[in-house]
Design a protein around this ligand. Structure first.
Ligand SMILES: *Cc1c(COP(=O)(O)O)cnc(C)c1O
Length: 393
């Protein structure tokens, strides 16, 4: 039986790489700012866009291109533009696709810095922003205005793992002449491919699971040629929030093990969530793999696995939460996530400290809440580290 396409795990290892004349096996890093033309006519043709090829690493670099093509293949998108960070991927999307007078609808449970970028900086340039409840499609619809052009969401959300039905949100956005962007940082294409459900743009912080080992900052936007390959790419060409070739190489190597790592993150997280759910010190556990998750049916339909984030509320509020965190000796007290090393965070006093007490209570970021990004260590050791503060049962 002949096959005319490659499977996900094969693309993760093979897609995008074009060998140089040196016939290197592993992807090469090209640390060069510019590229040499064979003559003046070739230079002119490249600058005019009449001929494809390298010009200058602000917009064209072979190592960065390998990464872009590999990630585009994994997300099932036509074009990918790699950026210097996840935040600059979001900024480049806004700069490339919106103009003064336009309106964005954003879920109120996105990454904190995304909220600040929209509220404080994007608004300065005359783009309006409304915030709505992620899972409530009626709330999204009520926020629509004649000038709405972009819907922006993260699913599942951080830290409470709430989902939105991507297909229904895409249909709603398209009925109102808007694009849907999904920040796919938490699932990665190994677990969820938003473009298949009708989203127009996928945003990544490559800093998290795509690297997977906490080494480098990077981001990406994936979508069709017109919106991403031309509009968002044009922003990078002029504004320069470009990914470095060295970082692109790190992320390329990260993608090769993405599936394997995500499988381990998911199985460790589910084991931890099941243990926490029956623990007497725990009031509530948030994890998409628990059958008690309020959107369990949607999780099954939209994601191929449950993800590596587990959040839980301990009895005893902030004092007990801090004691559990401070009793750990193996886990890392840090806000990063998606790392081989398990990280533990107290959202109310770190990632969500800018919310008022009322906002935190409304959105479930209570004082007893702890978020764990479950890593690749043996899960028995992760559990034993939490037992120091929680007790055994
Ligand atoms: C970390 C993160 C970002 C920002 O990415 P950086 O690479 O840190 O700029 C955006 N979205 C989500 C969901 C994140 O977790």
């Amino acid at each position: 039986m002949s096959k005319d396409y490659l499977e996900f795990d094969t693309l993760a290892v093979r897609a995008g790489h074009v060998r140089s004349n040196e016939m290197e096996h592993a992807e090469a890093i090209f640390p060069t700012s510019s590229f040499v033309f064979k003559d003046a006519a070739e230079a002119a043709a490249r600058f005019a866009g009449d001929e494809e090829g390298n010009i200058y690493s602000r917009m064209t670099n072979p190592t960065v291109r390998y990464f872009q093509e590999r990630l585009a293949a994994l997300e099932g998108g036509e074009s990918c533009v790699a950026t210097s960070s996840g935040m600059s991927a979001i900024l480049a999307t806004v700069l490339g696709l919106l103009q003064a007078g336009d309106h964005i609808i954003c879920s109120n449970s996105v990454f904190g810095t995304t909220t600040v970028l929209f509220q404080k900086y994007v608004r300065k340039f005359g783009v309006e922003v409304s915030f709505v409840k992620l899972s409530d499609l009626a709330d999204w619809e009520r926020a629509v205005q004649p000038n709405t052009r972009l819907f922006f969401a993260e699913t599942p959300s951080n830290p409470l793992t709430e989902l939105v039905d991507i297909r229904m949100l895409a249909d709603l956005a398209h009925r109102h002449n808007s694009l849907l962007a999904i920040d796919n940082c938490f699932c990665t294409p190994a677990l969820q491919r938003p473009l298949e459900f009708g989203a127009d743009l996928v945003i990544h912080s490559a800093t998290k699971y795509l690297d997977g080992q906490g080494r480098a900052l990077g981001g990406a936007v994936v979508g069709d040629k017109c919106h991403v390959g031309e509009a968002v790419f044009g922003v990078l060409r002029s504004a320069g929030m470009t990914m470095s070739p060295f970082n692109a190489w790190i992320f390329l190597k990260g993608l090769e093990t993405l599936s394997l790592r995500m499988r381990a993150h998911c199985s460790h997280a589910l084991a931890l969530a099941n243990w926490l759910a029956q623990h007497s010190m725990i009031e509530q556990v948030y994890h998409p793999g628990l059958s008690t998750h309020p959107q369990y049916e949607l999780v099954q339909r939209q994601q191929s696995d449950c993800g590596g984030i587990v959040s839980f509320v301990v009895k005893g509020g902030q004092e007990k939460a801090w004691q559990v965190i401070d009793s750990t000796t193996l886990l890392s007290i840090t806000a990063n996530l998606g790392d081989a090393k398990t990280t533990i965070t107290h959202p109310a006093t770190t990632t969500h400290c800018r919310l008022t007490v009322e906002q935190r209570e409304q959105t479930g970021i209570v004082d007893g809440l702890i978020r764990v990004s479950v890593g690749l260590e043996d899960v028995r050791d992760i559990r034993a580290d939490l037992v120091k503060g929680l007790g055994a049962s």
